[in-house]
Design a protein around this ligand. Structure first.
Ligand SMILES: Cc1ncc(COP(=O)(O)O)c(C=O)c1O
Length: 362
């Protein structure tokens, strides 16, 4: 089965990681976007308060969790008219991205589309289902024949690009016209810097109807919960109902303490504001240092990354920065169109970001 998949991209970075780690003051790892700041205290407390959970949790989650998912989606996404049937918990969103085409019953002859520069797991999901995959620049230019699943990702990993409400509206209309399920990965929605990301579920975009629309959300980045595996879907009850049945058979259960922690995290915005301020400062510092070092930054108006180029092959940039003890991700990981870019994550501690800035001579 693994033969269906490309080489695990991060393995190719290992030699550069070894070079960067040999720096006398240690590596500054800006390659993987993994949170490094503490899990908010109130979330830790909710987790430990629920530690005595001997029984099986349910795939649909507790009523309290579903209330929290509906409430947050109403407040933060502006989605109207949601009920428990419009939400479904996930064991982190990566498992869903990788298994959605299979869980939807897609297979040979079906097509899955995703952006030309994208999180690699969209392709993995299509491959695992034995479906075909196709990339797009503008989704409404796609050939709808056999297209069963259209992924959007705004804010984008890796480019940080944010789709406007107009672009979203046009894509929703196109997908509905052609009967294509549109799934919008919005896991960076709360991390807009120079743009305010809009959800595909906002009434200005979807017209208040969730037909054929699903949004993916995650607490990994928003609440430093990548280690807990906490995410969820919001949208079309017909699609979510079908997924719930399949996922019950498959045992895709969020552990009960994590469900409780999710309720606490979604009920609080103070920690999100605090975390955003940390990232904003790191982003500014790294951006200044990269630009002073001859880099051009494209897009990057949201998410946890700077999409940077020195107009040279990405592996040259990766190699050069590794010699300075700084590890970044080659743009090629996200598609051929990224071959002259690197993705610089600002998920490192303030101390490590200062070290990177110093090494870049910013
Ligand atoms: C675009 C995108 N979607 C989904 C994920 C998966 O996040 P998680 O599984 O932590 O929810 C990531 C993680 O980096 C991502 O960048």
């Amino acid at each position: 089965m693994s033969k269906l998949l490309p080489e695990f991209p991060w393995d190719r970075l290992e030699p550069y990681k070894a070079t960067a780690s040999a720096h006398p003051d240690g590596i500054v790892d800006l390659s993987v976007g993994t949170p490094v700041d503490p899990v908010p205290q109130l979330v830790q407390q909710a987790l430990t308060d629920a530690a005595d959970s001997p029984g099986y949790p349910t795939v649909w989650g507790t009523p309290a969790l579903r209330d929290a998912l509906v409430g947050w989606s109403r407040r933060r996404l502006g989605a109207t008219g949601l009920t428990h049937r419009h939400v479904l918990p996930l064991v982190g969103s990566k498992e869903l991205v990788a298994s959605l085409p299979t869980q939807l019953g897609l297979g040979p002859g079906d097509r899955v589309a995703y952006p030309r520069l994208a999180y690699p797991t969209y392709e993995v999901g299509a491959r695992l289902a034995g479906a075909d995959h196709v990339v797009y620049d503008d989704p409404w230019e796609l050939d709808p024949d056999g297209l069963r699943l259209l992924w959007l990702n705004s804010p984008s990993n890796p480019t940080g690009r944010v789709l406007t409400a107009d672009e979203l509206r046009r894509t929703v209309a196109w997908a509905r016209e052609h009967g294509v399920l549109l799934v919008s990965d919005e896991c960076y929605l709360e991390l807009g810097w120079e743009a305010e990301p809009v959800s595909v579920l906002h009434p200005d975009v979807c017209g208040g109807s969730y037909d054929g629309l699903v949004a993916v959300h995650s607490l990994s980045k928003r609440s430093n919960l990548a280690g807990y595996r906490a995410a969820f879907l919001v949208g079309d009850p017909a699609v979510l109902g079908e997924l719930l049945e399949i996922r019950k058979h498959g045992g895709f259960m969020v552990p009960a303490p994590v469900q409780a922690a999710t309720v606490a995290a979604l009920g609080d915005t103070a920690h999100v504001t605090e975390q955003r301020a940390r990232y904003a400062a790191r982003r500014e510092a790294l951006r200044g240092a990269l630009e002073a070092n001859g880099f051009r930054i494209e897009h990057s108006e949201a998410s946890l990354y700077l999409w940077a180029t020195r107009d040279e092959p990405c592996w040259d940039t990766v190699g050069d920065l590794a010699k300075h003890g700084v590890l970044v991700a080659p743009g090629e990981f996200y598609g051929d169109a990224g071959a002259r870019f690197v993705r610089v994550a600002f998920t490192a501690t303030d101390e490590r970001v200062r070290a990177a800035v110093q090494r870049l001579g910013g």
